[in-house]
Design a protein around this ligand. Structure first.
Ligand code: NAD
Length: 229
């Protein structure tokens, strides 16, 4: 039976594809305050601003491509059972070929009804005020905003618990409940964290730190893991 790998990724894995992280931008997201563009209050205050923001993010996403780190993780599937748990709203893991991806914070290429979080439709172009979901209500981005529930965490927890190998890549681990996932890793699991910066290490036993950019660090680790089997 294939060994199980769970991978928790954050904005850092997509940085070398040209999508900015929060940290790069001093806690702002593309020059915007998080509470203005990624909260239910922001949506109530100024839905046009929120739609414009995600419309820009979506347009940018359609112009970038996965990088070596996304592709390397997809290659792991040849010898391991791999689940990617991502905080990213981009689709770069899927485009690189990963087949099991849990999006904790939603997906830019989907939209949903403001009244029903289960009424979701594909979305590859701008969302405008007046655009309706199948239930007749206004469409909004299918993004989990700060202060909203994170239903996919229930699917992510068992994947981390069952993993023989747990890899954390490019996340500052400050956004909960995603950051709390690290505490579900088994003591015996082999665990790595990959980040180019002196990021605060979570209190996880036997966690090894690879201080490299994702394209370098993930490629190195994946080569090693593929050679192990
Ligand atoms: P963060 O910006 O808080 O932290 C990014 C981390 O990536 C930092 O630790 C940084 O040192 C590291 N990093 C920078 N360059 C890297 C590289 N080349 N290789 C590897 N690591 C690198 O991001 P976060 O922890 O993911 O939390 C931010 C929240 O913002 C998430 O909830 C996410 O939904 C959202 N977000 C998503 C995207 C995206 O979808 N691509 C982009 C920005 C923000």
């Amino acid at each position: 039976m294939k060994k199980k790998i769970a991978v928790l990724t954050g904005a850092g894995i997509s940085a070398e594809s040209g999508i900015k992280t929060f940290r790069d931008s001093g806690g702002l997201w593309e020059e915007h305050r998080i509470e203005d563009v990624a909260s239910p209050e922001g949506w109530r205050r100024n839905p046009q601003l929120v739609l414009d923001f995600y419309n820009q993010r979506r347009r940018q996403l359609l112009q970038v491509a996965p990088n070596r780190a996304h592709y390397a993780l997809a290659e792991l599937e040849s010898k391991y059972s791999v689940t990617i748990i991502t905080q990213n709203v981009d689709d770069l893991h899927e485009r690189a070929g990963s087949t099991q991806v849990i999006h904790l914070h939603g997906e830019l290429l989907k939209a949903r009804s403001v009244l029903n979080e289960h009424c979701i439709v594909p979305c590859h172009s701008d969302i405008k005020l007046g655009d309706k979901a199948p239930d007749g209500a206004q469409l909004r981005p299918h993004i989990v905003w700060f202060g909203e529930a994170v239903p996919e965490i229930e699917n992510a927890i068992p994947k981390v618990r069952e993993a023989d190998i747990f890899i954390i890549i490019g996340t500052s681990l400050v956004v909960y409940p995603a950051a709390g996932l690290v505490n579900y890793a088994r003591y015996e699991a082999r665990k790595w964290l990959i980040d180019p910066n002196d990021t605060p290490m979570p209190l996880v036993p036997n966690l090894r730190f690879i201080q490299q950019k994702a394209t370098v660090g993930v490629d190195m680790l994946v080569k090693q893991l593929l050679a192990d089997v």
